[in-house]
Design a binder for this molecule. Sequence first.
Ligand code: AMP
Ligand code: MG
Length: 486
Amino acid sequence: MQFDNSYSRLHSSFYSKVEPTPLANPFMISWNRNLAYELGLEGMQPEQVANHFGAMEPMPGSEPIAAAYAGHQFGHFVPQLGDGRSILLGELLAPSGQRWDFHLKGAGPTPYSRRGDGRAVLRSTIREYLCSEAMHGLGIPTTRALTIVGSEEEVYRESLEYGATLLRLSPTHIRFGTFEYFYYKNQFDHIPQLIDHLVQYHLPDLQDVAEKERSMAFFREVSKRTAALIAQWQLVGFSHGVMNTDNMSVLGLTIDYGPYGFLDHYDPNFICNHSDHTGRYAFNRQPEIAQWNLSCLGQTLLPFISDDVEQGKAQLVEEIECFQERYQQHFNQGFSNKLGIEQYQKEDQRLHRQWLDLLEQQQVDYTLAFRILCHTHSEQEPVALFELFSDRAVVIGWFKRYQKRLAQQQMTPRQVTTLMLAHNPKYILRNYMAQQAIEAAEQGDYGEIERLLKLLQAPFDEQRDLDRYAEPPPQWAKSLSVSCSS
Ligand code: AMP
Ligand code: MG
């Protein structure tokens, strides 16, 4: 295992040196074999995993630190957040050359823990583990998760739970909030340093950009990646739940899985986080919030865009305004592909809108409706599709217009199906599925975690023996609520 620690070579204001705090009687719960293979860690034994990521036995070359950052939480600026219960053990250099932060969540208190205990409970590590791998399986940029280590350490949340750690991997954990931290502390010099660091290790395409243009080029890159990311969330029906600026990755990755949720029936106003009383982070507000968050990041770059402040401001505003269009382009093209239309055309807007309206009005399961459409788009009487709708007359009308549109392109029905199957997952991580895995794990049975991991790493494939997971959620799942506590 080869570690490098580029982040700890930055100025000491970027982080604090810390030591992880061992968990009581740790044991490995799950190990992500696919990812371990990519990292060249397939030979690692469960005892070693528990030793390093539970008992906190140091790994050679590791220099543990907690990173400092700030952030806008629910619209309000908090000047100091930072890794309060995550510790960056080091950066692993994989055989492919890829650099991976080994970020251990639940590793004990740090100088940024405020009143928190620095721990994570088993419940929340399972939710993050499964969802980050599910997102990866869906082809959506995300942090990854290598292992869950459980323990006998008691951790208090609403009730007594057990502490666990999650080993989270990401090329870097730099967030919008990292920039805000230095900007609001008036440590302006650190901002170009942070950009240089990102360019050197993570954004090599910006290496050739002239010094003067770098901040703007960096901002444009973040904005483009964020637009693409949010479009993917919207297309798959993913709601993040806590889109604070400290939970926004500058690499455009999904990060920090808390009270997230996937849509069951299509409800654009869906709020997955029960602590979000105003619906700031409701499903359909995610693009607008991402843009708002980008404006927070942009603000921190203002001193570096141009010598003329007004001109710099104008450039930033212009760039922020591009977000909406970029997002819409990704979304429209992706939505067309979900419907089996290869090339989006402006006139398709109506067809898109009407389909979503139908799903919303008749409370139809979002994932299931698309997946059934993959197999029924060329039928005269698509019974399986119509069965999803209580009012069939309107859906029949839409379906005729849809078939007419499909007929305009030069594709065989089979080709249309292939296109659709690649854009419409059969399996998503519904809340009740994570809940079942959690309840079993709390009783010491980890089989469901393994089953779901395997299922969700290949969500577009037919996995006949696991077909029950493609159904809408059972009735009891309707009352499940997810809080921020983790
Ligand atoms: P999150 O809601 O997970 O994005 O966390 C927001 C901030 O609270 C971050 O700075 C976390 O590190 C910190 N935090 C959350 N839970 C804990 C905890 N149990 N102990 C210490 N810090 C925490
Ligand atoms: Mg966070």
